[in-house]
Design a protein around this ligand. Structure first.
Ligand code: BG6
Ligand code: MG
Length: 212
């Protein structure tokens, strides 16, 4: 049996712009500027780890209480933004690709660091296409730890070596490799250097590509 595991943010939907908006507003409030380049460091990284990185960029120290409050504040703002997602926000070709591979008998799982994954999939009306959904609520170790992808393989009952991962983040690609899976990067070749292959879009992606 074969399976395909999809990361969510940056693979199925472009939520990075909303994460960026919410994080940069928080940085402004704390008195520093958070750039788009800085935002690259947060891709694939958990919310808590993201806030730690953000604070180190701004050289800001917070009490535990403030840390929790700011993490919640960022998420409240992020949720207001992603509440507006609709099926029109699914990245080009993704839904069609999932439908085609399901027809070929592949099992499908989500493997995301986000605790908002279910909420996003519901808004995109994609939830029922997945045989398993593993997200930030189901695992404790962040990518590049392979936990999220191993959990997805286990949930599907598929050997990790028969799983293919689609990932846009450097940490996520490492996680897939650490899980013993084949990893296809979604993005730029010179950034996603650890991926077995890199695509820029799912549009017209041939299924032979998975077999190769
Ligand atoms: C990942 C994103 O998918 O989820 C990260 O790439 C994000 O940018 C992480 O920080 C956690 O997301 P959330 O929705 O739980 O805050
Ligand atoms: Mg991602």
């Amino acid at each position: 049996m074969k399976a395909v595991i999809f990361d969510l943010d940056g693979v199925i939907v472009d939520t990075a712009k909303y994460h960026y908006l919410a994080w940069s507003n928080l940085a402004n409030e704390l008195g520093f500027t958070f750039t788009k380049d800085d935002n690259e460091l947060l891709k694939g990284v958990s919310r808590i780890r993201s806030l730690e990185i953000l604070l180190s960029i701004g050289n800001v120290t917070l009490s535990d209480e403030e840390f929790t409050r700011y993490a919640e504040k960022k998420n409240d703002e992020y949720i207001k933004l992603i509440e507006q997602l609709t099926p029109n926000d699914i990245l080009p070709g993704v839904k069609d690709f999932i439908l085609r591979i399901k027809k070929e008998g592949y099992k499908i799982s989500l493997g995301s660091a986000s605790k908002n994954a279910q909420f996003i999939l519901d808004h995109l009306e994609l939830t029922n296409l997945f045989d398993a959904i593993i997200d930030g609520n189901s695992v404790s170790k962040a990518k590049p730890d392979p936990e999220v992808f191993i959990a997805a393989a286990n949930a599907l009952g598929v050997d990790p070596k028969n799983c293919i991962v689609f990932e846009d983040a450097v940490a996520g690609i490492e996680a897939g490799k650490n899980a013993g899976m084949r990893v296809i990067g979604v993005g730029e070749k010179d950034v996603l250097t650890q991926a077995d292959r890199v695509i820029t879009t799912f549009e017209n992606l041939s299924l032979d590509y998975l077999e190769a």
